[in-house]
Unconditional design. Structure first.
Length: 231
């Protein structure tokens, strides 16, 4: 396989409303960001593993774990409304200013302890061998979205009533983003400014490998699931 220069970027802002200090909160004994940093380093795919942050404590923890924090975020990308695309674009441009040009970028979320080096490699190889511009992990919805319900003035209605009598196995499977990491070719990313292109592929994860962590209850569930997977 041809050799490319790759960068891993882990966005980790200091402010977190729903779970305070979420990015460095202990997850089964170590800061949750450690799982993403370790998976990136252990994959052996990156010439640079960096954390984009506006927070001194996060920067110190990232450095202790082996990641680089060569600069802090600008005020424009450290607010509540900055997108991941804007954060990654800022990082790539700052590196370019110092003469570091990368072929591919992988953005890893800081609160995704189920990330593994094997899945990072799998997605990367898929992007290269199948000639995609971007690849990220997805997971199948556990229930057919064609039977989704809504509430209108207290009444339960179907979004797609035409599917009411259809068997589940006859409905097309639907998937959603696993919320873990995103690979993309840098040239295409700089055009799109987001981790999605017309030519995007995916690897499919099982539900046991995925857990959104937005609340304290989510956090506890993720720890239980992680123990089950790794014990």
């Amino acid at each position: 396989m041809q050799s490319y220069k790759n960068i891993a970027i882990i966005p980790a802002r200091g402010g977190s409303k729903r779970i305070p200090r979420k990015n460095v909160k202990p997850f089964l004994g170590k800061p949750i960001i450690a799982y993403s940093i370790e998976a990136a380093l252990q994959s052996g795919l990156f010439s640079e593993v960096m954390v984009s942050t506006d927070d001194k404590e996060i920067a110190e923890i990232a450095n202790q774990l082996g990641a680089q924090v060569p600069f802090f975020r600008s005020p424009q990308t450290a607010n509540d409304y900055a997108t991941i695309g804007e954060v990654v674009e800022e990082v790539l441009l700052r590196y370019q200013q110092h003469g570091s040009i990368f072929d591919n970028v992988c953005c890893l979320l800081a609160t995704a302890p189920f990330i593994t080096k094997e899945r990072i490699r799998e997605a990367y190889e898929k992007m290269l061998t199948e000639h995609y511009e971007a690849v990220f992990p997805i997971v199948r919805f556990s229930y057919p979205i064609q039977r989704a319900l809504r509430i209108d003035n207290g009444k339960v209605l179907m979004f797609h009533p035409e599917h009411f009598a259809k068997r589940s196995q006859d409905l097309e499977p639907a998937y959603h983003d696993s919320g873990q990491f995103y690979w993309m070719r840098v040239a295409e990313f700089m055009k799109q400014k987001r981790f999605f292109a017309q030519n995007t592929g995916a690897i499919i994860l099982s539900e046991t490998e995925v857990q959104d962590i937005d609340t304290e209850e989510d956090w506890k569930l993720a720890e239980l699931k992680y123990r089950l997977l790794n014990e």
